[in-house]
Design a protein around this ligand. Structure first.
Ligand SMILES: Nc1nc2c(ncn2[C@@H]2O[C@H](COP(=O)(O)OP(=O)(O)OP(=O)(O)O)[C@@H](O)[C@H]2O)c(=O)[nH]1
Ligand SMILES: [Mg+2]
Ligand SMILES: [Zn+2]
Length: 362
């Protein structure tokens, strides 16, 4: 096995060298000195408690380490440092190498926390099917998260064989995402697949993202030329998928290049969006700044640049409404994040007070 095929390059080589010799990681330096074999590996599948990691000497299953200050959340695509323990006779993850890119969303559930969907991917295919799944506002969200991630987004519209207004749909994506490559494909007729294939290059990782049933795993199987992954028919009544794929996994394509299949996402709640919003809505943010009053509500105030732009057709009403909705969501998210930090500080305070009390008692 050669990990270069899996994306190992000079950048990670450097990070590996730095982290295993850095004085700030005395544990690791000690491990190196005292002889524990240390090797880099890439997380290629996530089974929850277990992770599959590829190394120069083959694949191994390792336990997911507990998240703490020294150990960030680990995601598929991460490059990690593995250490073999003579004592327990197991190989464990000791460190996560600094990522090049990270596609995140806010995890579902009550607790406000980040979920890393894919790490170190070079490109993301934002996939929607050209049937009833097609939704421009959803695509906007995916694009924001993609620009935030550092990976290059490409929009892939699937099931072109099921749609008779492909050109119209393509045109609407071009206006929503100027400068982003857009493709309509069909895994049944083969339409558009040649254009997609050219993105796959040795050592480069492409993640497939989108709702359940859009055909992510079907695309993997088609490109691989064999049934590597399970796929399943969408529901007849509403064309929704059945959440067939349950874990994230990277597969090496025969012609070179890596493809990361993911389970269909129900919703994409944004986690961070500064860069993404700037890229997608920079013009709207600029307009807002031009309103005469800094606290303009963009209703009946005189000198409202937003209203003027909508009236003259410079700004689409739908885009404005979309921006408003996203903005509201992001303000709410920030408040929740701040609330969480304050709660953590409070809990820390309580713990310290308790410790002090115990100390003085002794
Ligand atoms: N007509 C048509 N059907 C397709 C195409 N691509 C995929 N499908 C069908 O769509 C259904 C769902 O495909 P999957 O590949 O399982 O979808 P997925 O995105 O991996 O779904 P999850 O794993 O649930 O997220 C299957 O029945 C596929 O055969 C296509 O290009 N045209
Ligand atoms: Mg799937
Ligand atoms: Zn205004």
């Amino acid at each position: 096995m050669n990990i270069k095929e899996y994306g190992w390059d000079e950048y990670f080589e450097n990070e590996f060298r730095k982290s295993t010799t850095d004085k700030k990681s005395p544990g690791l330096v000690a491990d190196r000195v005292c002889c524990s074999p240390m090797q880099p590996g890439r997380v290629i599948a996530d089974y929850g408690q277990m992770l599959r990691v590829i190394t120069d000497s083959g694949e191994i299953l390792v336990n997911r380490p507990v998240n703490n200050l020294d150990m960030p959340q680990i995601a598929v695509g991460d490059w990690v440092v593995l250490v073999y323990s003579e004592e327990t006779k197991t190989t464990n993850i000791r460190l996560v190498l600094k990522r090049k890119t990270k596609f995140s969303r806010a995890a579902s559930g009550i607790e406000i926390k980040e979920q890393i969907v894919a790490a170190n991917v070079d490109m993301v295919f934002l996939m929607q099917s050209l049937n009833r799944d097609f939704n421009m506002r959803r695509l906007e969200r995916y694009l924001i998260a993609a620009w935030e991630s550092g990976a290059v987004p490409v929009v892939v519209l699937t099931k072109a064989d099921c749609c008779d207004n492909v050109a119209e749909r393509l045109a609407s994506v071009y206006t929503t995402a100027p400068g982003v490559e857009v493709h309509a494909i069909s895994c049944i007729t083969g339409e558009g697949l040649q254009e997609i294939k050219r993105y796959f290059q040795q050592g480069k990782t492409i993640a497939l993202l989108g709702s359940s049933g859009v055909g992510k795993s079907t695309l993997v199987n088609t490109l691989a030329g064999k049934e590597l992954l399970k796929t399943q028919k969408v529901r007849e009544d509403d064309s929704r998928g059945r959440h067939t794929t349950t874990h994230r996994e990277i597969l090496l394509l025969l012609g070179g290049g890596l493809i990361l299949d993911t389970p269909g996402m129900r919703a994409l709640s944004l986690w961070e969006a500064d860069t993404g919003m700037e890229v997608m809505f920079g013009d709207v943010e600029e307009l807002v700044k031009q309103c005469r009053f800094h606290d303009c509500k963009h209703g009946n105030e005189p000198g409202c640049a937003v209203r003027e732009a909508i009236e003259t057709g410079k700004l689409e009403l739908e885009r404005w409404e979309s921006w408003l909705k996203l903005q509201k969501e992001l303000v709410h998210l920030e408040a929740k994040k701040e609330g969480k930090v304050r709660l953590q500080e409070k809990q820390w305070g309580r713990q310290i007070a308790k410790l002090k009390k115990e100390l003085y008692k002794g």
